[in-house]
Design a protein around this ligand. Structure first.
Ligand code: ADP
Ligand code: MG
Length: 379
């Protein structure tokens, strides 16, 4: 079932009583979550992700605007009548109930023609448990389970009602790194196989990028960009989005344009047709640096980080906003030779000064307005 948010706004009285103005947790949200897709709501802490989810589930009422499930206006419908499954960061299982009883719980209060027999409830619980592969743990209590298993019980409990929409609020935050990776793949598998329209909230860009059909990047209650993960990464609308996506993050420089050339420091590093003269903020993705002995852009080498498959060069430049520039290089034959000249192991060789030179890949360089942060396009 598709979900439509139509000019949705939620204001709260400020928690800090001294501040009279309301907090606008969600500011005029309009977007459509397509049927059967997984949408990642992504943004820093406090940007309004949970509030958005709560508006979809009905736990919060909007100050203005509407929520539609399919063609039906559900804005006034209480949460229990919306047919949504919810999973929170703190999975809150009932400690005195077994896994089976925890999963069955949401089915026990179904009324009227939705009412199920004991057998039907058991069957449904087992089916949900199978989906998340905890069906062999049905008689255990939560304290006999690992964190990952507990979170799967919570997911099974959300799935058991066969919801039309699944809402997940930072569901993996309490898991350790390896389990987080495994559970997110599992979530994706369940989502694709059931085709449940899903909204997945996270502040972790990598998590959102890796499992979402579409991401919504937000900040301070405002949507900045909506799109497929790769598209948003490749074509950010502003500096905030560019910085929020990607590890290592985009490298940001104070730069200027003169006669359609981009200058960083005294070096003309790239042709930028169609951009007016003046200062700009330049962002260069780590994969936008091509190591070359006749590169236009010179940086000071600091160290090499070998990360298995890739090699990351850490360097510095006085125009860079951050203390370190990170560039990922493909270590081909020529590059390895150059790196050997510049680095003595992981540290720069004493005579390496001024040798770290890069060509820049135009598609990996983005320009932004110095004051607004809006993207400035060039060809
Ligand atoms: P996120 O989930 O992205 O971290 P939230 O949706 O929880 O963000 O919060 C968005 C903003 O709304 C924050 O500034 C938060 O302090 C505020 N907020 C959320 N819930 C309430 C509430 N019940 N009362 C007052 N302010 C709230
Ligand atoms: Mg939250």
């Amino acid at each position: 079932m598709k979900v439509v948010l139509d000019h949705l706004t939620k204001k709260f009285p400020n928690r800090n009583k001294k501040i009279k103005e309301d907090v606008i947790a969600v500011n005029d949200f309009t977007f459509e979550i397509p049927d059967g897709k997984l949408v990642g709501l992504l943004g820093p802490s406090g940007c309004g992700k949970s509030t958005t989810l709560n508006l979809i589930s009905g736990l919060e009422k909007p100050t203005s605007g509407k929520v539609y499930f399919g063609e039906t206006d559900v804005t006034e419908l209480p949460p229990e009548n919306r047919g949504v499954g919810l999973v929170f960061q703190n999975y809150a299982l009932y400690p005195h109930l077994t896994v089976r009883q925890n999963i069955i719980f949401p089915l026990e209060n179904l009324k009227g023609d939705q009412k199920l027999t004991k057998q039907e409830m058991n069957d449904r619980a087992l089916e949900a448990a199978r989906m998340v592969q905890i069906h062999e743990l049905m008689d255990r209590k939560p304290n006999e389970l690992s964190g990952g298993q507990q979170q799967r019980v919570a997911i099974a409990r959300a799935l058991v009602k066969m919801p039309g929409i699944l809402l997940l609020d930072e569901p993996l935050s309490n898991l350790d790194a390896r389990l987080r990776l495994q559970t997110r793949e599992e979530l994706r598998r369940i989502q694709t196989s059931t085709g449940i329209t899903t909204v997945f909230v996270t502040h972790d860009q990598e998590e959102a990028m890796s499992i979402s059909d579409m991401i919504v990047v937000m900040k301070d209650g405002v949507i900045h960009q909506i799109g497929k993960p790769q598209q948003v990464y490749d074509d950010p609308v502003n500096l905030f989005v560019a910085k929020f996506l990607g590890t290592p993050p985009i490298n940001v420089f104070a730069a200027r344009v003169e006669k359609e050339k981009l200058y960083i420091g005294e070096e003309a590093v790239l042709d930028v047709h169609g951009v007016a003269d003046g200062p700009v903020t330049a962002g260069i993705r780590p994969e936008g640096f091509l190591l070359s002995k006749d590169g236009e852009f010179t940086c000071e080498p600091s160290s090499l980080e070998v990360m298995g498959r890739d090699t990351s060069i850490v360097s510095t430049h006085s125009a860079c906003e951050a203390p370190a520039i990170r560039s990922i290089v493909i270590a081909g034959e020529e590059e390895v030779k150059l790196l050997d000249e510049i680095f003595d192991g992981v540290r720069p060789a004493p005579e390496s000064k001024g040798k770290l030179k890069f060509h820049l890949r135009p598609g990996k360089v983005h320009l932004f307005d110095v004051s607004t942060g809006d993207r400035i396009r060039f060809s």
